[in-house]
Design a protein around this ligand. Sequence first.
Ligand SMILES: [Zn+2]
Length: 364
Amino acid sequence: MYLKTFVMLIAVFSTALVSTGCYSSTAELPSIKSLETPAHHTPEGFKNLYIDDGDKNFFSFVNIRLFGPEQWADHQALAAQVPTQIVNIERLHNPSTAGQVTWLGHSMFLLQHQGVTVLTDPIFSDYASPFSFTGPKRYIPHMMNYSQLPDIDIVVISHNHYDHLDTATIMQLGNTPQYYVPLGLKAWFVDAGINPKRVIEMDWWDMQQANTNTQIHATPSQHWSARGLGDRLETLWASWVITIGDYQVFFAGDTGYNPVQFKAIGAQFKHFDLALIPIGAYAPRWFMKNYHVNPEEAVQIYQDVRAKKAIGMHWGTYPLTAEAPIDPVLRLSEALIQQQTSTLTLNFGVFAIGETRGLHRLNL
Ligand SMILES: [Zn+2]
């Protein structure tokens, strides 16, 4: 009985770590110091610029999860709502010349174009948690054996929450990929045994030439970081721009919405062929809003960054928040109907987990 209660408490603790912020500080206006130091840097780490990071805490998450009025969906019972298909391994090893993209669940995409293979926020584990035996458990089976992935050239990591940065996964990928991570995260990789030369830390708006035809830019997002109770906001969070030849992808990472940062990204880059944007983990809204967009805000990001096409991610995989597995997709369809006009076509949809599509045939 005590053991069961204990396991339940650490499960809620793990969910809190990946679901919401828990830091007390006052939002500040950019000061004179910002002429030398970027406005999102603090002496201890980093901060968001368009929200107050201090209005929720870990205990308020436990309170709403255990005692709040919201009904939390039984994700396991509703898992059949999520479309899935077994990954076509043969296709992963023989990508079409026009390039292809595969959704492996949550925020994990495999992007293959012009001989370059990119993996976003990989998590191969059953639990998105500091523990290997409890926490938010993946309610959809894995659609492949990840040892059958092709060699990965580039991994981008949006931030250090457990559903985006998983120790066992990084150990499995080892020193084969080049890792691009937000400021402050390199030490974690080195501690995990990764060769320091394989990890490149970047601040928002930094650019790295990954190889002759590939550039990686770190761009802003509105989120937070922590892997425990004592390291809040110490490492940065980011979205990423991946440019392979003439094809440009925006990976939004994990983010809330503000009307500044995504418009700035859109103004800077102008021609995204594809955007990967979160649509899930938004309920209860009053609690999650600062750090997780809902489908309506995801559509706004798609429009702000001016992407031609977008795929919804961060849904249908781990039970992080109150909404049912398919709700993000239904709300996305409604949001698109609201926004679409006779002169404006919105090309924003979702994949089945495990699905691969050619980049030239992405009608979403
Ligand atoms: Zn997160």
